[in-house]
Design a protein around this ligand. Sequence first.
Ligand code: MRU
Length: 335
Amino acid sequence: MMRFRTIEYDQNKNEIIILDQTALPNKEVYLHLRTAEDVYHAIRNMKVRGAPLIGVTAAYGVALAARHGGSDLAGQACDLLNSARPTAVNLSWALGRMRNRLRHAPEPCEELLAEARAIETEDKEACTRIGAIGSGLIKDNCRIMVHCNAGALATTGIGTALGIIYTAKQQAKDLTVYSCETRPLLQGARLTSWELTRNGVRTFTICDGMAAAFMDRMDIVIVGADRIARNGDVANKIGTRGLAIIARYHGVPFYVAAPLSTFDLTLASGTQIPIEERDPDEVRVFTDRPIVADEAEIHNPAFDITPAGLITGIINERCVLEPPYEKTIQDIDSV
Ligand code: MRU
């Protein structure tokens, strides 16, 4: 269904090819990453983005470094890549797997590549399962609000929140999606509208400030996640928390879709999740033009925390978790 690939590893050339997400929707540009530093900058500058995809990309970055300089370079690559972005736990989770494999690898090159491929395959499968499970919540003629991009562009599969939408569409359900533009970097406007419309999904892009005005005509809100704490608090793109509050006010169910690799059971609550603060110029400058008075200060947190109490359910590759999340998340292994 998808007519693009977010990432590909070329074993002959030992390079990672990524779709440059900063160039979308105007240009479909593929970049060739040849060193761990290239991979670091691609993640840091959000040429690749989305929690599951940065985990997969970093894993291939370690495999690539091992081919250049064996275990030593691979270990250094793990440290470097882990510092690229702090909030999405999929990054440190994937690098933890690579480190673990490295520790026990007599043949690091082959084994690290096999681990990176396994992480990619599992990501694809998780997306497909999330789509199958989550599509059960989507009825015919459904109007769905989404935020940021939790789609195929954020993963190596069909996406999480958008994977549910693609699966429901394949089941011949008629759907309309309202995609919040997602200031400051416009993942909703630039990326979600691009991939949904390419896949034949009717999509309205709305400014973030319009969400409340449209909420009373929504059937459901579905968003992705970058990290989920043990109590069910969710870190996701800035603006998600506001949507959850608006949805609660209007009685619209608010779902989070995320693979188990996004859960961080070491953290008791969302207050412990590190929130990335990005360059103020992302807010100050809009399409190369300053739009804020020079004297004004700027906040630019890339994520916010949605309290578990506002979340109707968390769709993952095994089930739909429901409150009380302290208990249902803990019991997930028995599902
Ligand atoms: O800063 P981004 O674009 O990487 O943020 C992405 C999100 O917030 C997504 O909702 C999240 O990573 C889930 S992607 C399946």
